[in-house]
Every structure is written in C-alpha cells, then in structure tokens.
Design a protein around this ligand. Structure first.
Ligand SMILES: [Zn+2]
Ligand SMILES: [Zn+2]
Ligand SMILES: [Zn+2]
Length: 429
C-alpha cells in the first residue's frame, strides 16, 4: 500500500517495537518506553553521584532540640539524604529531665497557637513515652475543643476531669459528647469512676442520642465498672513489644505458628497468634495457670467475627463449640499467611514497657505486643466469654505489617482464665 505510514525499528536491539519517523526525531531512534527507561537511568545515575548527606543533628546534644528536628517536616529533595537521629525517639523522650519537659511543653504551645499540626504528635509521644503530665496544655485544648485524641488525657488529673464534665453540661452535639466521654474514659481515675457509676444508675440526658451508654465508654480505654462499682481493667498493666531480627536465646513467646487443628468454617489450619511460656520470669505478670497459653485463630475467618478456642494449661487450643458461623464469610480470596522472610523475623523484646505502649494506632511503632492496652483501629471490641458472659481480658496483639509485606491489620487475643476459653478478633483501616 502506498500510503502506508513508514515505521522503523527501535534502536534498542532487545526491543521489537517500531516507531514513527516523528518519534525518531524526538528520541534519537528509541521507542518511548525505551527512551523513558534510558532517561530514568540517567536521572538515577545523576542522583547517585550528586546525593549529599545532611545531618541536621550534628552538634546537637539538647534533647528538646533533637525532638524539634525529629518532627520538622523535612523538605523532600532527591539529592539530600537526611541522616537520622543517632538516638531513637523513645530514647530521646525517656532522657528528658523535668526542665526539658517544661521547655518542650512551651514549644508545643507555640506550635498549637500557630496552627502547626506537629503539636499533636509531640504531645502524644510526650504523654505516652515519657509519661509527662500536660494538664495546662489540656486546659487550652479543652477551651478550643481540640480533644479528638483521647490518648492525650492518659495522665490528666481531677481538675481536667472536672473541666470536661463542665463541658458536658453545656455542649449537646453528639460529636462533642462522644469525644468528652472518650477523654474521661482515658483519665479513668476515681473522679471519673464516680461519675460513670452515677451515669450507670441514671442515664444522663447528654448521652441519650449516643449509640452506647455513657458509662460503657470505659471499654474504649480498656476498663469497666465491676459489680461493686470499682474500675476493673481488661488488660495487663505492663507490656512487651517486639524487636526485628533473630533472637539469641529461647524466647518465651512464639508468634504465628501453624497448628494441626483446622478451622471448622473454611478448613484452613489454625494459626497460633502467640504461644506464651507462662513459666518464664518475664511472662509471670500474665498470672495465668499452667505452663503455656496458646491463643489460636483462623486468620481468615476471624476477620468476620470473634473466634473462640478451648485452651488448656499446656499450650493446646481447640476449636470451641461456642463458635457460631457468621452469616457472611468469604473463604476464598484471602491468601494464606506465609512465614515472613528473613528480614521480617521478629522476637519479643524483654525490656518492659508501660501499659500504653503501642496502644494508639497513630504511634510510629511496631504494634505487635504482649500485655498492655490494645491499639484499636475501629474502636474497642472486647469479646464476651461465651461461658461466664464477662468481657474477656486482652492478652496481646499481632500486627500483620510486622510479619509480612502487603498485609495489614491487627489481630487481638483475649482470654477468660476461669473458663479456659480464648478469643481472637481482627481490625483494619
Ligand atoms: Zn524500544
Ligand atoms: Zn477459617
Ligand atoms: Zn468465662
């Protein structure tokens, strides 16, 4: 055919594409995919040759200054490699002296007044890692109604509880009441327990439109009122996180081991979220009977509801007759969990952590842990023991990101020690 457009082969010998003459002029003989990949390689090479290390921490010994730098938005520049702080964030916060804490609080207030969002991240770490009291800042937050992050109220005093309760009298929109109750539940001291007891007896007007009762907000912070009206924690008051790599010694916690027993709904083999050696000194805080506890689940099916297992004192777990199959269950698509690759190996870190370690989904930490307060992604969900009907105690959580790329969400493990029943649940964003 005469009017056939003339095409010439791409200059790359390994490429079988042909190009128009117009393209040839622009790319020097390459098809666009080949041209783009050559250009990308040139750019990479340029960056590799010209990239410079920038150490913002050089000569800085003041921990407050270090913290300022840690959170500062560092402008992304492909030619800059920011050297990270020699100390971990945790180490820096733990090293703060009372005077440093005061200086950091002043800095946070400046950020807050200037509408710079960094204030919230710094405060969260200050309260949860350092355990500092930030009452005077909370007062300012309450005044401006910036109380969306209840974890900030962890160490707050009676004065703050009273201020929040004052607000309950004046505010009546649902969202505000919700946040005030979450903050009060987090404070959870005697004053709050007293108020929640009153509200349990007489449901107050302000909570009539909420989807749960005022006193039930306690569960959002991991506690409830027992039948004597006392605070009962549904979690252990200390915790252990994980470290990346291979452990040197025998470790008291084994994560994600495949079990012999099968899921009665989908037929997959059960996985032990964790099996804990209860005789190990570090694990004695769990105060559970026997040699070992194994909290197992079907990692597929527990995404649709709680899965219960009967447990013994030797580390066995079997499918419980109390399980009732959810009306919707997808048993096909979810890929079976694979043992992590070597760079995804983790082990339990036997440096004791506080109860609120890794208890808030906005922390930048590995969330897998034993003990402490759960990090809920979708709000608190404590299963009730199918035998005694009481809320079950949180034992630990496994964050899939710690074990596998491309997996997300957190599996939660619970136990009723009296009835020898364990339960698991799952949440994701
Ligand atoms: Zn080509
Ligand atoms: Zn299953
Ligand atoms: Zn029970």
């Amino acid at each position: 055919m005469d009017n056939e457009i003339k095409r010439i082969p791409c200059k790359n010998r390994d490429c079988d594409k042909t190009i128009l003459e117009a393209t040839d002029v622009k790319t020097g003989g390459y098809c666009y995919p080949c041209y783009n990949s050559i250009k990308a390689k040139e750019r990479e090479e340029y960056i590799r040759k010209n990239k410079k290390d920038v150490n913002l921490y050089e000569g800085i010994t003041d921990p407050v200054e270090m913290i300022k730098i840690i959170y500062k938005n560092k402008k992304y520049d492909p030619l800059i490699n920011y050297i990270s702080c020699l100390k971990t964030k945790e180490e820096v916060y733990v090293s703060l002296l009372p005077n440093d804490v005061e200086r950091l609080k002043k800095y946070v207030m400046e950020l807050f007044k200037n509408d710079n969002d960094e204030w919230e991240k710094i405060l969260l770490d200050l309260v949860c890692i350092n355990g500092a009291n930030i009452d005077e800042i909370l007062e300012a937050l309450i005044a401006e109604f910036k109380i969306f992050e209840s974890s900030l109220f962890y160490n707050a005093s009676d004065r703050i509880a009273e201020l929040l309760m004052e607000k309950l009298k004046s505010k009546d929109d649902r969202l505000s009441v919700n946040h005030i109750l979450l903050a009060l539940a987090m404070i959870g001291n005697d004053r709050v327990v007293e108020a929640f007891n009153e509200w349990k007896k007489n449901e107050p007007d302000f909570s009539k439109d909420l989807y749960m009762k005022a006193y039930e907000y306690a569960l959002e912070s991991g506690w409830k009122l027992d039948n004597k009206g006392k605070r009962k924690n549904l979690y252990y008051e200390k915790s252990y996180g994980i470290k990346k790599g291979f452990s040197e010694k025998n470790t008291p916690v084994k994560f994600l081991k495949t079990q012999g027993e099968k899921c009665e709904w989908c037929g997959r083999k059960l996985k032990s979220l964790f099996t804990i050696d209860l005789q190990n000194e570090n694990m004695k805080f769990l105060d559970l009977d026997g040699e070992k506890i194994n909290i197992s689940t079907c990692d597929n099916c527990t995404c649709y509801g709680f899965i219960y297992t009967d447990i013994d004192t030797k580390g066995n777990a079997t499918w419980s007759k109390h399980n009732s199959e959810p009306s919707y269950l997808n048993t096909h698509d979810n890929e079976e969990f694979q043992e992590g690759s070597d760079d995804k190996k983790v082990y339990i870190d036997l440096n004791e952590k506080a109860e609120n370690y890794a208890a808030n989904q906005f922390f930048e930490v590995n969330f897998t842990k034993i003990g402490g307060i759960p990090a809920w992604i979708q709000g608190a969900e404590f299963p009730k023991c199918p035998k005694c009907k009481e809320e079950m105690k949180f034992v630990g959580q496994v964050s899939m990101e710690d074990f596998e790329d491309y997996r997300e969400g957190i599996y939660y493990g619970f136990v009723c020690n009296e009835c020898k029943i364990a339960a698991t649940g799952y949440q994701q964003t």
